[in-house]
Design a protein around this ligand. Structure first.
Ligand SMILES: NC(=O)c1ccc[n+]([C@@H]2O[C@H](COP(=O)([O-])OP(=O)(O)OC[C@H]3O[C@@H](n4cnc5c(N)ncnc54)[C@H](OP(=O)(O)O)[C@@H]3O)[C@@H](O)[C@H]2O)c1
Length: 290
């Protein structure tokens, strides 16, 4: 089976390429990053999207591309909606033409965070542009296709290589290694997710030919401050450099949900294992040192 990963140069896309490589005939796309192995594709260019999908004719398309920086989506609303909404529409239209299944990577930020432990059918109510653009993408996928999987995850961490983008975990590790004191919020709770678990989860869902929405998120809900404390423990770093603060002190550009933790029990019933924070960090650490 041919699988095309759109956004294969990204943090999650790269891991999906690695995890799926043994079982599928894999193709991937990058946008701005140079690569000899990946096709270059701008998902906002409809003709190019259709052209590539018609040329490769994958049975499954995994869409992890878009603008993922939450504050950038607030200041650059037009670009965020072009990439995350129009881009997704172009992919959906192309999948419809070639009758491909679509896997769309979405986020906990489609929820407002006033509840917690969200299930797949809970009401979405995004409170920032990133969340709105991702939720609009979800609606386009659901309306446009019968054969789709939407996955929702939260604050991704893990390791591909030294070129990985500056994720929350990488920022904490590097700051503590450099002896820098950093501020961490105690009032934003998330189900931080190991990228390996999402990739394995997607592999299981597509092998079982599942359809619908699945939360693929870390099995533990914790605040950013709590997560940073676990990072310090697993990586043997100085936790006294972690300074707990409240969100309103941070002056972040985009609003953040207070508690957007996700319940992944639907996926777990399919045999998908979502790590605890400590398990995930230990896997990440062993990959970094091997
Ligand atoms: N990061 C998180 O904490 C998080 C949490 C929940 C859900 N998610 C979702 O998971 C998915 C993957 O996130 P990530 O953190 O792995 O993303 P990422 O590292 O920021 O990668 C984004 C990917 O999208 C590509 N891209 C950007 N604009 C594009 C365009 N106009 N046309 C085609 N490709 C474009 C990038 O290509 P180049 O790099 O080559 O330009 C890159 O491959 C996203 O859908 C995101 O919404 C992420």
């Amino acid at each position: 089976m041919k699988v095309l990963v759109i956004g294969a140069s990204g943090f999650l896309g790269k891991k999906i390429m690695r995890v799926l490589s043994a079982d599928f005939e894999l193709y991937g796309t990058a946008h701005s990053q140079k690569s000899n192995e990946l096709y270059i594709l701008d998902i906002t260019n409809k003709d190019r999207v259709i052209g590539l999908l018609e040329k490769l004719k994958p049975g499954i398309v995994i869409h992890t591309a878009g603008i993922t920086n939450v504050d950038k989506c607030e200041t650059g609303k037009k670009e965020a909606f072009e990439a995350n909404v129009e881009g997704t529409k172009n992919i959906v239209d192309a999948c419809k033409r070639i009758k491909a299944k679509l896997v769309y990577a979405s986020t906990d930020y489609i929820f407002d965070g006033e509840k917690s432990n969200y299930k797949e059918d809970d009401k979405a109510n995004p409170i920032n542009n990133y969340g709105k653009s991702k939720y609009d993408g979800e609606i386009i996928v659901k309306k446009g296709l019968d054969d789709y999987i939407i996955t929702r995850s939260s604050v991704l961490y893990g390791y591909n290589d030294e070129n990985d983008k500056n994720t929350f975990a990488k920022w904490v590790i590097n700051s503590l290694k450099e002896g820098k004191k950093i501020n961490l919020v105690t009032d934003q709770t998330v189900s931080s997710t190991l990228i390996d678990d999402i990739a394995e989860g997607i592999k299981i869902l597509i092998k079982k030919n599942k359809k619908g929405t699945f939360h693929l998120a870390g099995s533990e809900a914790a605040s950013r401050y709590e997560i940073a404390k676990r990072i310090a423990k697993v990586f043997d770093l100085d936790k006294s450099l972690l300074n707990p603060i409240k969100t309103d002190k941070l002056k972040q550009i985009a609003k953040r949900p207070k508690n957007s933790s996700l319940d992944s029990s639907k996926a777990e019933k399919e045999g998908i294992v979502m790590s605890t924070i400590e398990e995930g960090l230990k896997k990440m650490k062993s990959q970094m040192s091997s």
